[in-house]
Design a protein around this ligand. Sequence first.
Ligand code: C2G
Length: 133
Amino acid sequence: MKKVITYGTFDLLHVGHINILRRAKELGDYLLVVLSTDEFNAIKHKKAYYSYEDRKQILEAIRYVDEVIPENTWEQKISDVVDNDIDVFVMGHDWEGKFDFLKDYCEVVYLPRTEGISTSKIKNDLGLKGQKK
Ligand code: C2G
């Protein structure tokens, strides 16, 4: 079984998220999503609208997603890949090059982002400007 892993906050779920999850799943048989906790989001200077538990439940309802586990630190990726027998690491190309250290442990794939949509854009368009991102 070819196992794929990806990471993110996945707040205010939109087609950009669905597109990366679908394409990630297409690279294997099993997709593990490592979901940023509310505490880790604070470290990323992000504030999700939905709690970790709600974002986890939403992701688990997506056909492409097989498992969701918490992302608590920047440093957990090597152990996540090794401990879960991961074959492919996938991220959007806004992260191009940032996780190449994982090439010692698995294939690393950066996929094009979906243009014109983002959680920040949704918040801005809804007049939530100035809210903590
Ligand atoms: N994404 C995309 N197209 C968009 C928006 C997001 O392809 N229009 C992708 C991102 O490139 C990322 C994934 O969707 O691969 C999740 O995006 P975020 O929830 O914004 O995650 P991020 O804050 O980038 O977290 O340790 C890694 C971090 O947790 C990544």
